[in-house]
Ligand binder design. Structure first.
Ligand code: NDP
Length: 814
């Protein structure tokens, strides 16, 4: 059925209602259709003869293959337009255009870029109805949502980032642009995802090549036209349409400095692996199975409307949809009844009808996936509830659906369905609620419903998710970061955190390709070589606060820089790493401490190191054969560095964002969890301190692999840890072959993050192997810091990588 036919049908229905008596309308309470006029959108399609080229270097360019695919209106199955399929040579041309545009875009400066972003925001606002109608036609989402949510948020995003463009040179002067950015977006919020990607990227002076999802390219192409209208310099924004293969060409292009991707976790993992070791920055917004937690004191009628927004908004095709309802047992049946009543009153139909609640599913493939998952739920023994009404037949529709009697381990409770399907489970205690909520590989969002703010704020930090909505759900704003924990990906979009994804510290340019060489002192060397002779120096490892023999029973001889014997060190293996991870997990003492409490321990640690200054310096001399003076300097710098992180432990804190809603939005840095820290091989003590201390200062528990050749500063440090009130399991140290042990850590499913300072190959292996559970990684790609230089070895950059931001939304208003 064509768009025109649908319009006619809606007109006829409207005519019928118009002819009813007012009394009859009141009696039936029937909604008449309220069709939105699609003329302007159709005019836009016709202006391109319903056949769209690629937007490269400011021009419409035919695809080199000559291939096109169809874009379909999912409400009606009507053909909307033909879209170009970009292949590798089109992607090459687009990336070259973006690369060529880069210097001029950087050089025009912050203010001029701000004016371009402002112009984009204004034009989007001016054409907001056209964008909303086109989006609804292309995606099937209701016009109420595109008109009132998607497009206003798009405009807001460009306004907000016009501001950031202006402020870049004053507020972010320590950072610089990355270069050409490759961006790949999904179909569920086509224009909104485009704005989340393009606005911060170009505001920070980057240029972009963006690929929309195959089924929803139209608003991106209309946006391209807006870019032309405002005179955005050619090549700053390039839109290449196509399928997954086009996306993969962007990912693999050597001149792309960063990939920003939103989509499925499976494709996210492919991209993580494809970019491993390349140095391309990566942000991944992936899937979710977000818990919607209802405590017994919640206002259940508000909860029901919250559920409508959580799982039936955008037909449930929302990465952060509250798709797992966890309700306290005492009110579960009551709530299920209310939900079923509400489901009956939901209206489904053509996305352009202003009176509907639920539009169409994006395409036949997605509809079939939903049907398959629902069948699986029934087969697994869960109870299905759907409204008594049936869906329109002409498009891809699916009714609101509730599953009860669901087992937490069932497929529908674990896998993302990406449709209007709510899966409900009950809990008894608060503890059980948290356990159930975290019983998922994802960690995108959670929604907490209770009238008790103390309870809500107690639960929010315990849920492993990037966003916590209290008594609200699916609220977004450009000023607040959005993004996940665990397999929901990493990086944030929106807020200052989102901006950071498009910048790099200027200091990175001064890192070197070879490690900093420590000067050997002839006189001190002889003295110290003599000291070590004849002493048994086999050090153990340090696990769960105790010294531990290696599982394999092997040790390695360590020699000094001039080849003299220094001692034997235990050779750790896979089993030792597993024990250390277990010890780190069983220590809940450290992460629960306040910043002040952690600071006190760190100050104490520094003082205890100061007491043993000579001993530690002597050890450095033994291993490195530097002069005693240099070694003393390294110890002193280490003490100072611990002081710095002790000072920051209660000062590196969050923000309260100015969002557009009546909300206090708290951006809280939280510890990553259990982290692997693979120390640099240079500066034995300072390299260890500079990497381990910031990680623990933020509340992480760590498994440390010290320098392979110079391990004794780390093993001597056991005694400092033991005498400084550091809880057992906070710092675990495994000595041995650096890259072998690092790989075990990278593969370990219970390790949440990993830092690696070593070779290019080692960096690649870490990124590759970390993809399975989507660890946060920070690697040096074989670029070396001078740890003695404060600007290289110390600072907030380390704390940023030791934390992830959780945004907690707390609405207010009587
Ligand atoms: P995908 O992850 O497959 O697609 C997202 C984007 O990536 C699209 O533009 C897609 O292109 C592109 N793409 C696909 N393969 C590659 C690749 N190898 N390299 C680079 N880019 C690629 O999601 P789908 O659209 O197929 O949806 C599948 C499932 O993903 C859904 O059922 C849902 O569970 C989840 N999903 C999650 C989203 C989220 O926001 N977290 C959003 C959308 C989907 P194209 O679509 O043109 O083939």
């Amino acid at each position: 059925m064509s768009q025109e036919d649908i319009q006619h049908r809606l007109d006829t229905q409207w005519h019928k209602i118009k002819n009813m008596k007012i009394k009859e309308i009141y009696e039936t309470m029937a909604y008449g259709p309220a069709p939105e006029n699609a003329d302007e959108a159709i005019e836009f399609l016709e202006s391109h003869q319903r056949s769209f080229k690629l937007f490269i270097n400011g021009k419409w360019t035919a695809p080199s293959s000559g291939d096109y695919f169809d874009s379909i209106n999912p409400s009606t199955k009507a053909h909307l337009a033909k879209i170009s399929e970009a292949n590798v040579s089109d992607v090459n041309i687009a990336v070259s255009a973006a690369k060529k545009a880069l210097p001029e875009w950087v050089n025009i400066g912050a203010h001029k870029r701000a004016r371009y972003l402002y112009a984009l925001a204004r034009q989007i606002q001016k054409h907001s109805r056209l964008f909303a109608v086109l989006e609804s036609m292309d995606n099937g989402k209701s016009i109420r949502e595109t008109r009132d949510i998607d497009i206003p948020l798009v405009a807001r995003h460009f306004y907000h980032h016009a501001g950031w463009a202006q402020l870049r040179d004053s507020e972010l002067k320590e950072y610089k642009e990355l270069g050409v950015i490759g961006q790949i977006i999904p179909w569920n919020f086509p224009l909104l995802m485009l704005s989340w990607k393009i606005a911060p990227a170009i505001a920070m002076g980057n240029t972009v090549v963006l690929k929309p999802a195959e089924s929803t390219s139209l608003t991106a192409l209309l946006f391209a036209e807006i870019c032309k209208q405002i005179g955005l310099p050619n090549g700053v924004v390039n839109i290449v349409t196509g399928h997954g293969k086009t996306g993969a060409e962007i990912v693999n292009h050597k001149d792309v400095s960063k990939i920003a991707f939103t989509g499925s976790t499976d494709v996210g993992k492919i991209i993580r692996r494809a970019t491993a070791g390349t140095g391309k920055k990566l942000s991944l917004e992936l899937g979710g199975k977000s818990p919607f937690i209802v405590f017994e004191d919640a206002d259940l009628d508000s909860v029901v409307e919250g559920i409508v927004d959580a799982i039936w908004f955008n037909q449930g095709q929302v990465c952060c949809a509250g798709s797992r309802l966890l309700v306290q047992e005492s009110v579960a049946d009551k709530l299920y009844k209310k939900i079923k009543v509400r489901m009956e009153t939901m209206r489904i139909g053509n996305a352009l009808d202003k009176s509907i609640d639920i539009g169409a599913i994006v395409d036949k493939g997605q509809l079939n996936t939903i049907k398959k998952m629902v069948k699986l739920g029934v087969d697994e023994g869960s109870t299905l509830s759907q409204p008594s009404w049936s869906c329109p037949k002409e498009g891809y529709f699916y009714p609101p659906t509730l599953f009860t009697d669901v087992s937490p381990s069932s497929t529908i409770a674990q896998e993302e369905i990406f449709g209007p399907v709510l899966v409900a489970m009950s809990f008894r205690s608060h503890k059980e609620a948290v356990k159930l909520a975290n019983n998922t590989r994802y960690g995108l969002a959670c929604s907490i419903w209770t009238e008790n703010i103390n309870l809500a704020l107690d639960i929010a930090p315990q849920i492993k998710a990037g966003v916590a909505w209290i008594n609200c759900t699916n609220v977004f704003d450009a000023a607040a970061g959005f993004g996940g924990y665990r397999e929901s990906g990493f990086g944030r979009e929106g807020g200052i955190e989102g901006l950071m994804e498009y910048l790099k510290p200027r200091i990175n340019d001064s890192f070197t390709d070879t490690p900093v060489k420590l000067a050997i002192s002839k006189t001190d060397t002889v003295k110290n070589a003599e000291v070590t002779l004849g002493i048994d120096r086999t050090t153990k490892m340090y696990i769960g606060g105790k010294q531990a023999r290696p599982d394999g029973g092997y040790s390695t001889v360590i020699k000094s820089a001039i080849g003299s014997y220094v001692g034997d060190v235990s050779k750790g293996n896979r089993k030792d790493i597993r024990n250390a991870v277990e010890a780190a997990h069983s220590n809940t003492n450290w992460s629960g401490k306040t910043g002040h409490a952690r600071a006190q321990v760190l100050f104490y640690l520094a003082e205890n190191l100061a007491i043993r200054r000579d001993e530690f310096a002597n050890r450095i001399v033994q291993m490195t054969n530097q002069s005693t003076k240099k070694a003393m300097e390294e110890v002193d710098l280490s003490i100072e560095r611990i002081y710095y992180y002790a000072a920051m432990a209660d000062k590196y804190d969050g923000k309260v964002h100015h969002t557009i809603h009546r909300n206090v939005t708290l951006a809280m840095p939280e510890a990553i969890g259990v982290m692997g820290v693979i120390c640099p091989d240079e500066s034995p003590l300072l390299g260890f301190i500079s990497t381990v201390i910031p990680a623990i200062a933020m509340g992480n528990n760590v498994i440390v692999i010290p320098s392979e050749n110079l391990p004794f500063s780390a093993t001597d440090f056991y005694q400092i840890l033991e005498t400084s009130d550091v809880p057992a399991g906070t710092v675990n140290i495994i000595t041995g072959h650096k890259d072998e042990l690092a790989e075990v850590l990278a593969k370990h499913d219970d390790v949440d993050g990993i830092w690696y300072f070593g070779s290019t190959d080692g960096s690649k292996a870490i990124e590759l192997l970390s993809a399975d559970n989507m660890k946060r990684t920070w690697v040096n790609y074989g670029k070396y810091r001078n740890w003695l230089d404060k600007s290289h070895g110390e600072g907030e950059e380390f704390l940023k990588h030791a934390t992830q931001i959780k945004n907690i939304w707390i609405p207010y208003g009587a």
